[in-house]
Design a protein around this ligand. Structure first.
Ligand SMILES: [Mg+2]
Length: 419
């Protein structure tokens, strides 16, 4: 992995990471060079590219000498693109450049929402998510009404992942001047219905002219009682990893939008298309799980089971073992995958946009949580694996207990890295 000449160079956490960060050096993709491209054990380091499977890499504890002589931005090759560092590398870079946070920020960048100590008795939750034409949706394959519902639902899902309830929303809309007014009417009809269903309200926003594509940026504020907030951090070794509902359905729906001709039953076609086009956030489920006070960590599955589990593991400083035969896949997803010649399990592991809840509970609480969640919401949840030690990373086991190599475990959705 490292240049031969650097074998004696000692890398320590202080050089690259915040305290409390953990990262697997073998998963770093580094090129280390001296000023003159010579292998040497001292001098100025140029970090040419850095990719971490674990939590984002921060630069704020870089040695003072290196900071002074090699400001990262000026030494960054001009050709460096956001796709080179990926969505999560970019988020880590942005987070490291932000000014220090005031004490009323309980959780800043790095969870499903920001958690702020700004309400009497409750935490204020704040999140924002954009849907961009050509990236997240195509106007040929969704209606403005469905699009409006989805824009709201994906933000509500993030609030649900904290155990919270939506309150107020702001919408920033970017439209080409030639957009039909009826499109906006239908978009807001969908947003209005979905925000009303969640118990929140759209209280303002902004409209701006765009050049060639539609973009909808949705900011949602919510609240959660302070003693119920659920974060990505908190999972402990031995906890069971659980997920609500089934995974892979949204990916199956996307496949049908791409390959409309696939031979799939009408019922299953409708089911997976609905999961993709108008996902239902697990709001009541999130609140119930928070109320039970058994859950140790939680987030929603927007990037795929493996991608989001990695986020949870990074935040909690743990590893995980996934038992592949226990990953819940619907008959509808299986039928679409069969018709497409694809593996439904891979869709479940990496597909993304399922907006189910992924959470951890102590092993002795599994049945109690399953019963209580079903009794309260009618929703099933399944154990899919167990939390392990941080140094083990995420391991995938088949039904015979055989560990599959990491190459079998593709990662989840990364906005820039996926292109
Ligand atoms: Mg999320």
């Amino acid at each position: 992995m490292f240049h031969k000449g650097w074998s004696s160079f000692r890398l320590s956490h202080e050089y690259f990471l915040h305290e409390n960060s953990s990262i697997y050096f073998q998963q770093l993709d580094l090129t280390l060079k001296s000023d003159h491209d010579e292998p040497c054990s001292k001098g100025v380091l140029l970090i040419k590219g850095m990719r971490a499977v674990g939590r984002p890499v921060f630069f704020s504890s870089f040695p003072e000498r290196a900071k002074r002589k090699t400001p990262m931005v000026s030494r960054m090759p001009d050709s460096m693109k956001v796709k080179d560092i990926g969505e999560f590398g970019l988020i880590g870079r942005i987070a490291s450049a932000l000014p220090p946070l005031p004490s009323h920020v309980v959780v800043g960048v790095g969870d499903d929402v920001a958690v702020l100590d700004g309400l009497n008795g409750d935490y204020l939750l704040a999140t924002v998510d954009a849907q961009v034409e050509g990236v997240h949706f195509r106007l040929e394959t969704t209606t403005p009404y469905d699009l409006g519902k989805k824009v709201v639902a994906i933000n509500v899902s993030d609030v649900a992942a904290m155990g919270g309830a939506p309150l107020w929303a702001l919408v920033s809309l970017i439209l080409p001047a030639g957009t039909q007014v009826e499109f906006v009417d239908e978009l807001y009809r969908g947003m209005g219905e979905e925000i009303q269903r969640s118990g929140g309200s759209i209280v303002g926003g902004n409209v701006s002219k765009g050049h060639s594509s539609v973009a909808i940026d949705f900011c949602l504020l919510g609240s959660v009682p302070k003693d119920r907030v659920l974060l990505r951090r908190g999972a402990e070794k031995g906890d069971m990893i659980m997920v609500t509902g089934t995974l892979g359905d949204s990916r199956a729906g996307l496949e049908l939008l791409i390959q409309d001709h696939l031979d799939v039953s009408r019922e299953n076609r409708a089911r997976v298309l609905e999961r993709h086009l108008t996902p239902r956030p697990r709001l009541r489920e999130g609140q119930k799980l928070a109320q039970l006070k058994k859950v140790t960590a939680m987030l929603d599955v927007s990037d795929g089971l493996l991608g989001d589990l990695q986020h949870l593991c990074d935040a909690s400083g743990v590893g995980a073992e996934i038992h592949l035969e226990k990953v819940p896949v619907s008959a509808a997803c299986e039928e679409v995958a069969r018709a497409a010649g694809a593996d439904p399990l891979m869709w479940a592991l990496t597909g993304g946009e399922d907006y189910e809840l992924l959470f951890t509970v102590p092993a002795h609480c599994v049945e109690e949580v399953q019963r209580a969640l079903f009794a309260s919401t009618g929703t099933l949840c399944h154990p899919v694996g167990v939390v392990g030690a941080g140094e083990d990373g995420i391991q995938l086991k088949d039904k015979n207990g055989k560990i599959l190599s990491p190459s079998h475990g593709a990662k989840g959705w990364d906005h820039f890295g996926s292109f």
